[in-house]
Write a protein that binds this ligand. Sequence first.
Ligand SMILES: [Mg+2]
Length: 242
Amino acid sequence: MTHQIPGAAPFGAVLFDLDDTLLDGSAAMAAGLSRLLTRCPGLDPARARAAWHEADEEHYPRYLSGELTFDEHRAARMRAWAASTGAAVPPGDELEWFAAYREGYQSGWAAFPDVGPCLAALRRENVKLGLITNGDSVQQRAKVAALGLAGTFAAVVASADIGIAKPDPRIFRHAAGLLGVEPERCVYVGDRADTDARGAAAAGLTGIWLNRGGLPVPDGGVPVIATLAELPRALLAPPVKR
Ligand SMILES: [Mg+2]
């Protein structure tokens, strides 16, 4: 079955980003940090959160680019967080501290409330569903399972599976190939305007920016939605008569 997004080519598949698109990453991070804060109760939670976010933004790209292994990036994040907050993480114990964070983080893995209804609406129309995520193969699939979405996607691609991360066009085309749908007939939805929406568009897909935070939208960019509740309506609208 093909569908029509107004002004775009008929599409045959919809692919999603995972973190902060389907999975509420901020809530999970808060759950992880609250575990860490039990080890340093004097630390201001807002400061701890800002420093953790900063360390993540600095070191996760170094993992994605292959500069650091997954564990090296975890240790680097913990070191940067300790340096920034003054938390007394003993040198050499960074991974043990990260394990404490991860335990809380994993307990906080949950889908945004708009995910289930959106996927159900697309499934009712027999739209092929896929997932492309930047991250570790095992951890990202564990997240998919924790969200109750194992078996939902006909193709799941983590950047670590193929050694190529978004926004490299090859990862988008690879996932389209696994679904057996031409990139031009695929829609990709993600929370990052550049990495997700514009990256997908550069690979020939229709990239849609899920702007959950209500950030300012530049002119002439990619299509934007504020929640996944808008997606089925946008994609499944009757074809425009010409
Ligand atoms: Mg994301």
